[in-house]
Design a protein around this ligand. Structure first.
Ligand code: HAM
Length: 420
């Protein structure tokens, strides 16, 4: 029979990788708590319209990458390609906007994009998504980047760059449009078919095109950064001042563009040289008009998402936690009857006890204990039971000790023995 496999771009996450996911999540949660963020769990499946309206109908995500289908009721639904759209919807739908002046929210979960799979790029991937609603002042932009650098430091991350830019507001874009149209119109023939269309509908998206010809043309184009309106320019300068005050190293990359339409003003990406083509493992920015464009009041927003799958490719796990692992090797039926009482005793005292059910020989049990990497093995046979003893083998040093087989003192004795 043909084996059923995972879909292309989907995968099982296990072993060290799952430990890294937990590690990233644990540290992120710690800092998110410290900075006053509250968790929210939002649906994975939403109305397609939510993403079309927020991310933009000329973006790659909406044009090519969404998992969209009709449900049995005939409605068009989409597996979320990112979380910001759903966070804004939830912020409005729960009425949070009316209850608090500032909302700091985060959400963790899988996202889905029908992209061409490669290293660090999957069709299902996990994000830690972080959003702040209600602050226009650029101090929050810098505060978020400070929090990010603390998180990354705590994870032991090195060798990354924080790239920042401003993509302005609709006003500066309107002013810039003429300049940009003139530049691209005279080079129209060199653009791909998609970009020729973009030129009519949403010329800024040309900067996001991966086609080598388009990339080359846009690399010499005039820059929106050099044409920001006074408000946006001041906002960005103040942001950079705060960044300096925090003492964070960032790199202003005037050509940094984001693949989603909702961004205004500050945008940023954290990139690593060792990731290859998919080099951003964290990205975000400000979206001051998104809440309003989704039917809400005029509330500014800013946020980012950690790409957990990519970050885990870069991380080394710290030495595993120091909880002592114990193995029980038993010989004969009487010793086997000790599995349950010892399991109860050890687990109630937060000690991990493993054993080999249906074990045949001592040798096979010790081989199994070795493969588990346990700290010590308890060896009990008829002889030990008769004498009221247990043999304790230190699996790291190789030496053996004998302890009384006594439920009241055994745990304390073992803990004393293995205080390294
Ligand atoms: P994004 O840049 O599309 O932004 O995604 C954020 C991060 O998710 C990327 O930097 C990357 O690490 C990871 N990522 C994206 N696509 C994939 C993929 N196919 N496979 C693996 N990892 C991937 C957003 O999603 C925005 N919603 C971030 C945001 C929040 N902006 C404001 N608030």
């Amino acid at each position: 029979m043909e084996k059923i496999k995972t879909l292309r771009g989907f995968r099982d996450i296990y072993g060290d990788e799952v430990e890294k996911f937990r590690y990233i999540e644990e540290i992120s949660r710690k800092y998110l708590g410290l900075f006053g963020f509250k968790e929210i769990i939002i649906p994975v499946l939403e109305n397609t319209g939510l993403f079309v309206r927020s991310i933009g109908d000329t973006t790659d995500i909406v044009e090519k990458e969404m998992f969209t289908f009709r449900d049995s009721g005939g409605d068009s639904v989409t597996l979320r390609p990112e979380a910001t759209a759903g966070m804004v919807r939830a912020y409005l739908e729960t009425g949070m906007y009316a209850k608090e002046r500032i909302s700091r929210l985060f959400s963790i979960g899988p996202m889905f994009r029908h992209e061409r799979p490669q290293k660090g790029r999957y069709r299902e991937f996990r994000q830690i998504d972080v959003e702040v609603f209600g602050i226009e002042a650029p101090i929050i932009d810098a505060e978020l980047i400070w929090m990010i650098s603390l998180m990354l430091r705590s994870m032991g991350m090195q060798g990354y760059t924080i790239e920042v830019n401003s993509v302005g507001c609709p006003e500066c874009r309107e002013g810039f449009k003429g300049l940009m149209m003139e530049y691209f119109n005279t080079r129209r023939d060199g653009l791909c078919e998609d970009c020729k269309r973009r030129l009519e509908r949403n010329p800024l998206r040309i900067f996001d095109c991966k086609n080598p010809g388009c990339k080359e043309i846009s690399s010499a184009s005039p820059l929106l950064f050099d044409n920001l309106c006074d408000h946006c320019k001041t906002h960005f300068d103040e942001f950079l001042n705060y960044i300096n005050e925090f003492g964070i190293q960032t790199n202003v990359n005037k050509r940094l563009v984001r693949g989603l339409d909702y961004y205004t003003r500050t945008v940023f990406e954290v990139v690593s040289g060792s990731l290859g083509a998919q080099n951003a493992f964290l990205a975000g920015g400000r979206y001051d008009h998104l809440v309003q464009s989704m039917g809400g009041p005029s509330v500014p927003g800013i946020g980012f998402a950690i790409g957990v799958d990519r970050l885990s490719l870069l991380l080394e796990l710290p030495d595993s936690k120091n909880d002592t692992a114990i193995f029980l090797a038993y010989l004969g039926e009487r010793a086997k009857r000790l599995i349950v009482p010892l399991m109860k005793l050890f687990s109630e005292n937060h000690l991990r006890l493993s054993y080999l059910p249906e074990a045949k020989s001592l040798k096979s049990q010790m081989r199994y204990a070795d493969s588990l990497g346990v700290d010590m093995a308890l060896i009990i046979g008829d002889d030990e039971i008769d004498k009221g003893q247990v043999i304790v083998r230190d699996m790291v040093q190789g030496n053996q000790t004998i302890l009384p087989l006594d439920q009241t003192s055994l745990v304390e004795n073992l803990k004393g023995l293995f205080k390294r």
